[in-house]
Design a protein. Structure first.
Ligand SMILES: Nc1ncnc2c1ncn2[C@@H]1O[C@H](COP(=O)(O)OP(=O)(O)OP(=O)(O)O)[C@@H](O)[C@H]1O
Length: 301
């Protein structure tokens, strides 16, 4: 039985223009124990899919089950299987950290879990904040509580919706260390993120969404193989020769040219030399997930 089964899910939001289709027949299966990444540009439909999974939004058509439970028909049973860390920081400001976690445990009907709450506080660097009032915490600390809150009932599936957006390096490392440990213990993890190096390092499999469609779905290592093998990267103040402009990715002074092999690199260098382009900090690097992502997004309709 898959941990998460998404079967031809579509979602159309009602709008003043008559409707907007955010998801178009999305199908995915995530096996137990996977660390799965859901990637896509802004507005691709990631949060919509997670909201349907968490039972917060209804699909227009299709079906999602978690550990075999239908997220709509068996809402309470399905919800217990999930620990959802949302993007937004929403809290009751009147409680302290420990009370917040006890309250959340009560919501799931979990009692006598103080040892687990202590472990969560410890693992997320919150031990000395246990008695701090929620409103006294910094944004990063609140985010840690949000993670702890999602995990109070030890759910088999952990869903993280952009958990590292705007958080510092220390919290990222604390979070990834803890989530990786839980994954090794058998918890399934579904992650959405815009940090592609994090997805590359953590996820064994990845789906890419664009305009509500799945445009890539494979093991991370296979996706990396499909990309151009290398990238010629340099800085310049000059305009690129016309022949290279369509394939180049330019960010300020930085130019990146995806290459399929040494012949491409030789051709790029010859063209640049001929045009008299002066290059600084030139390097040839291996293609990474960001290169794959940009390639897939460019190619997909
Ligand atoms: N309640 C709503 N009513 C109408 N349109 C909506 C609603 N919620 C989301 N949308 C639209 O659906 C599309 C998908 O949004 P969604 O938030 O799922 O994208 P996302 O992939 O999570 O984006 P991001 O990376 O910016 O978080 C967007 O075009 C968005 O404007």
């Amino acid at each position: 039985m898959p941990a998460i089964s998404i079967q031809s899910v579509s979602k159309t939001y009602a709008t003043s223009q008559g409707g907007f289709q955010a998801l178009n027949h999305v199908s995915l299966e995530i096996a137990e124990g996977e660390f799965f990444g859901l990637l896509g540009p802004n507005g691709a439909g990631k949060t919509t899919l997670i909201s349907i999974l968490a039972g917060l939004t209804k699909a227009t058509s299709g079906r999602i089950t978690v550990m075999g439970q239908d997220v709509q028909a068996d809402f309470a049973a399905a919800r217990k299987q999930l620990g959802v860390v949302p993007q937004e920081l929403v809290f009751d400001p009147f409680f302290n950290v420990r009370e917040t976690l006890r309250l959340q445990s009560g919501y799931f009907g979990v009692k006598h879990n103080d040892a687990w709450i202590d472990e969560l506080l410890e693992s997320l660097g919150l031990a000395d904040k246990a008695h701090a009032n929620m409103r006294q915490l910094s944004g990063g600390m609140k985010r840690r509580v949000l993670v702890a809150q999602a995990l109070v009932h030890k759910p088999p599936i952990i869903v993280l919706d952009e958990p590292t957006a705007g958080v510092d390096v220390e919290l990222r490392q604390t979070l990834w260390h803890f989530v990786s440990k839980l994954n090794k213990q058998g918890h399934t993890v579904l992650l959405t993120t815009h940090y592609l190096e994090e997805a590359e390092a953590l996820c064994n499999r990845i789906a890419m969404l664009k305009h509500g469609n799945v445009v890539a779905l494979d093991e991370t290592s296979n996706l990396l193989k499909t990309a151009s093998s290398n990238v010629l990267q340099f800085k310049t103040d000059q305009a690129l020769p016309e022949a290279l402009a369509p394939v180049a990715r330019v960010t300020g002074r930085m130019v990146q040219l995806p290459a399929q092999g040494p012949h491409d690199i030789e051709r790029f260098l010859a063209t640049l030399r001929e045009a008299g382009v002066v290059m600084e900090d030139m390097e040839i690097r291996r293609a990474d997930l960001e290169d794959v992502f940009l390639q897939v997004m460019k190619g997909a309709a």
